[in-house]
Design a protein around this ligand. Structure first.
Ligand SMILES: [Fe+2]
Ligand SMILES: [Fe+2]
Length: 202
C-alpha cells in the first residue's frame, strides 16, 4: 500500500530517493542491530508528504488534530516529515513510536532522539541517489560507527542549511548540535554549548 501510494504521490526521482533511503536503512539496521522492519518502514514513510504544498500540509495536520506549533511555524520546509508521521499514525495505523519519531524528525532531528531517528537522518543524507561526493564518505563512517556518522551528517547538513539554503537552523537541530558537537565544532556555527549565542544564518 505504501509503495502504491508513493507511486501516485511522488515523482519518480523522489520515489528512487525513498527506495534508496530504505535500502540504506536496511544496511544500517543490519550493521547496528536496529529493528530492520521498523527501519525500512520509517524510510518508506519519511517523504510521503514531500510534494504537498505547505498550505495543504498545515490544513491536514490541523484536521488530524496535530496542528503546526510555534517551534515549527517558521520552518515550512520541514513540515512534510511531521505530516508523513501523522498520516502514518492516523491512516496506516502505525503505532511504533520509534518509526513515527524517525519520520517526523528526519529533517531536523533533535536532542535525545532514538537510534532509529539518527539512522534515518544519516540514510536520508547518504542514500545512493545523492549526487554529492561527501555522501559516500559519510555513509562509510556511519557503517563503521553510527553515532560518529550521525555527528558528521549533523555538521554536513548544518553547513548546507546555513550556506546553501541561507536558512535559519531549526531549534530542534540546534539542540541536537549542542548534544553531539564539541565546543570547537559548535563555534563554527556561532553556537555556544550553554546556548547563549545567537545562531548565524549567513
Ligand atoms: Fe524529507
Ligand atoms: Fe528524504
Amino acid at each position: 500500500m505504501l509503495l502504491d501510494r508513493a507511486r501516485t504521490r511522488m515523482s519518480q526521482r523522489r520515489l528512487l530517493h525513498v527506495l534508496g533511503t530504505a535500502h540504506i536503512m536496511a544496511v544500517l539496521a543490519e550493521l547496528h542491530r536496529l529493528d530492520r522492519d521498523a527501519s525500512v518502514l520509517a524510510a518508506l514513510i519519511h517523504d510521503q508528504s514531500k510534494e504537498l504544498t505547505p498550505e495543504k500540509i498545515e490544513h491536514e495536520l490541523a484536521h488530524m488534530g496535530e496542528p503546526v506549533t510555534d517551534i515549527d511555524r517558521d520552518h515550512p520546509r520541514i513540515w512534510h516529515g511531521l505530516h508523513a508521521a501523522c498520516w502514518a499514525k492516523h491512516e496506516l495505523g502505525v503505532k511504533d513510536d520509534a518509526v513515527l519519531e524517525a519520520a517526523a524528525l528526519h529533517s531536523t532531528t533533535d536532542a535525545g532522539v532514538r537510534p532509529l531517528t539518527r539512522a534515518l537522518y544519516v540514510a536520508d543524507i547518504c542514500e545512493p541517489g545523492r549526487q554529492f561526493k561527501a555522501a559516500e564518505e559519510l555513509l562509510d563512517v556511519a557503517r563503521r560507527d553510527l553515532n560518529e556518522g550521525y555527528r558528521q551528517c549533523l555538521m554536513y547538513k548544518t553547513r548546507f542549511v546555513i550556506e546553501k539554503q541561507k536558512a535559519e537552523l531549526h531549534p530542534r537541530s540546534v539542540r541536537a548540535l549542542r548534544e553531539w558537537l564539541t565546543a570547537d565544532e559548535l563555534h563554527e556555527f556561532g553556537l555556544e554549548p550553554n546556548g547563549k549565542t545567537e545562531i548565524l544564518t549567513t
